[in-house]
Design a protein around this ligand. Sequence first.
Ligand SMILES: Cc1cc2nc3c(=O)[nH]c(=O)nc-3n(C[C@H](O)[C@H](O)[C@H](O)COP(=O)(O)OP(=O)(O)OC[C@H]3O[C@@H](n4cnc5c(N)ncnc54)[C@H](O)[C@@H]3O)c2cc1C
Length: 592
Amino acid sequence: MKRSTRSVTRRDFLKTAAGTGAVVLTEPGSTRVDAQDRPERWDREADVVVIGAGATGLPAAIAARERGASVIIVEANFDVGGHAIVSGGNVALGGGTSAQTRYGITDSPDLVFADLTDWSVVQPNGSADYRYNDREIIRAFADHSAATYDFLVAHGVEFGERAPDNRGAGSTGNSAPRENHAAPMRWPLMQTGRPVDESVARTGSSGVGLIRPLEASARRLGVEILLEHRMTAILREEPRAGRVLGIAVATDAGTLNIRARKGVIVATGGSTGNVNFRRIFDPRLTEEYCGAAGEPYTSQDASGEIAAMTVGASIWGGANQSGEFGRVVTKPGRVGCQYGYRSLRWEPTSPIFDRVRAVGLTVTDYQNLILVNKAGLRFFDETQEQFTENSYGKVENYVPHSWRNSANNQYDPTNFLTAALAGVPGEAVNGGGPIWAIFDAEAVAREGWTVEPPFVDRDAGFFFSADSLEDLARRIVNRYQVPAMPPAALLRTVARYNTFVDSGTDEDFAKPTPRYKVQTPPFYAAWATPVMHDTRVGLRINATCQVVDLQGRVIPGLYCGGESAGGFSLHGLARCTMQGRLAGLTAAAEPS
Ligand SMILES: Cc1cc2nc3c(=O)[nH]c(=O)nc-3n(C[C@H](O)[C@H](O)[C@H](O)COP(=O)(O)OP(=O)(O)OC[C@H]3O[C@@H](n4cnc5c(N)ncnc54)[C@H](O)[C@@H]3O)c2cc1C
């Protein structure tokens, strides 16, 4: 694996809160997993070895350590946290947490279980949030949710002092507000290199407020965290039989074999950053979806899944990944840059901005632009949104597990994203191809954008400008857009759209009263391709997070949780922290 030269250490970043320069990172798309069995030598050993120091791995390590196990975490990145550290820090733990009780919210494990297995909750496009959840896994989540909340608090996480709500929620159940918000305190954010303003340190919500306290607690308890150690193989007695013995790890200094006397916990964060892996579940998701949420800090590269599958593990719950609901794929929040996920704005002060390259342009009004595909054709009403998902109170007159819930539904089988992923009619090509925002100088003025670096990424081919639409089209070419956009098609598209502005009616896609012509040079093209996010498929696990093989048998000594585990369609941190803690507790209880 090729790695960039590091000029900022983790200590520098934490100390100065504003590092600069290149850092060693996970390399998106470079998943390499070697099949190996018992090695000739062990370089290190511990009772429990955790792969990944994110939302799953840190709780796993702490829980195992508290049960008396010695613990090593290997982390591929230059710092801990994974996607969790750049997340919004909204943690949907319910089931009767101390916070829910304090604010008089009625919830229970049974209510969580009923909610997250409710077959009748259906999104307008027919996708069902909970129908394909594995009941054994949901039961475990329901039963351990409240205890996980207390565990996080006991290990230093400060949830803002307010009633749980549904801010940031995704498929968290309809019956009770369950979102708790981790206060960022004064920890430097990876996105900005700086702490948040003091006025919101206790009232805001950020993944840094979850991860840094857990990291501190883990270190205090004696968990050893090996940064820049990338797991490349899970080692088993026989390639497909016997106990899991440990892992192989790549470092700058070479390869290490680390023995796990009790168990290995896969906490590697999912697979949506791995093109070949994600296409198992949706062939449309080809290379151009190249700026997954959380990248380029860490990638969901499927390395944990592939390593476990190499020693016999099964994959599980594919329907949750293929369903068009939630945030597996999202409409970008910012255009003109590669990493445009809506809830993650990278600033030039971030210690990894040399990799991010551009902040992007936030679109406040989609009337200001048109969106075209690689052929220069519009494909949908630009103002429409991404896939939807259920959370507290979204189904009105909710009757648990009842067909009556569908009475609320205005069935609508199409969606902006479905159209964006459909591609050019008649072409035998998978994937929707690049999507470009086309706009003019007047739109730039209306939005108040600066169309220069560091806001836009011209050098890497995610932003272009020209004095005529023909020239603009000829320039729109990058790794994913080959050949360039046909000028005549773009001219026709813009001319036709401008007539819709005159008439007030979008005859092609029913955009509500198109307001502004694209007419005043210079003209611009900004990358606006959908962005990958959640992984909702992963390794098959049982109620105690043990990994299960293709014959339905537990693989002794192998555990998994979080986005690398399948069977559960909840968005984000709650299932990760809960499963991490449970995996740690169970692994530590194994005989050595
Ligand atoms: C911008 C953004 C906002 C979000 N906001 C929220 C929110 O508000 N609420 C919510 O519930 N969820 C949110 N999420 C989702 C949430 O962050 C993830 O679901 C969660 O972090 C996943 O936890 P994990 O432990 O599975 O993976 P991660 O937290 O990503 O941790 C995985 C770790 O494993 C490491 N790793 C991977 N492969 C290897 C390897 N081979 N060897 C060694 N280490 C490896 C990675 O570097 C990483 O550090 C958000 C995500 C993003 C990106």
